[in-house]
Design a protein around this ligand. Structure first.
Ligand SMILES: [Zn+2]
Length: 158
């Protein structure tokens, strides 16, 4: 299990934040709470959150999104699971994109594919994705209705 890490990189009126690893009760999210302007959170590397970590996370996101415009990109499957369980997981943040765990039955290969949240919401399903190796359609390695349930909920998507 990769350790927790948080890196912030200020840009042009926009702070890029990359958060990775395990989110538990010991994580320190104070470096992001004081940010303002537009804050882009890349959550590609979050592998797991435990229930105490979720509480720390939700408090931090709620506080952060009071003063900053929060955009979440590349939400990992672990983050999508939380989005499906907890309304308000992103505070007032907006989800831009997320990963789906895909499987090619012909190649017996698993890969994560990045989906545009607005596109999936508009289609009300995942757009077709083909295998880079054999060009066959990939299947989501999960129940699709369960996996994209959060897009039909009040979580802001755009
Ligand atoms: Zn294939």
């Amino acid at each position: 299990m990769a350790a927790f890490s948080l890196e912030t990189r200020p840009g042009n009126g926009r702070t890029h934040v990359v958060i990775s690893g395990l989110v538990d009760e010991q994580v320190d999210l104070t470096p992001i709470i004081g940010l303002d302007g537009t804050v882009e959170l890349n959550l590609k590397g979050i592998r797991r959150l435990n229930s105490a970590g979720v509480r720390v996370w939700v408090d931090a996101l709620r506080t952060l999104s009071k003063r900053a415009r929060v955009e979440v990109i590349e939400a990992s499957p672990a983050v999508v699971d939380q989005l499906n369980m907890i309304s308000g997981f992103l505070g007032g943040g907006t989800l831009r994109s997320f990963y789906g765990p895909m499987i090619c039955e012909r190649c017996d290969k698993e890969s994560n594919h990045l989906f545009d949240a607005g596109e999936v919401r508009d289609l009300d399903r995942l757009p077709p994705v083909t295998c880079a190796t054999c060009s066959q359609p990939l299947e989501l390695d999960d129940d699709e209705d369960r996996y994209i349930h959060f897009l039909r909920e009040p979580t802001r998507v755009g």
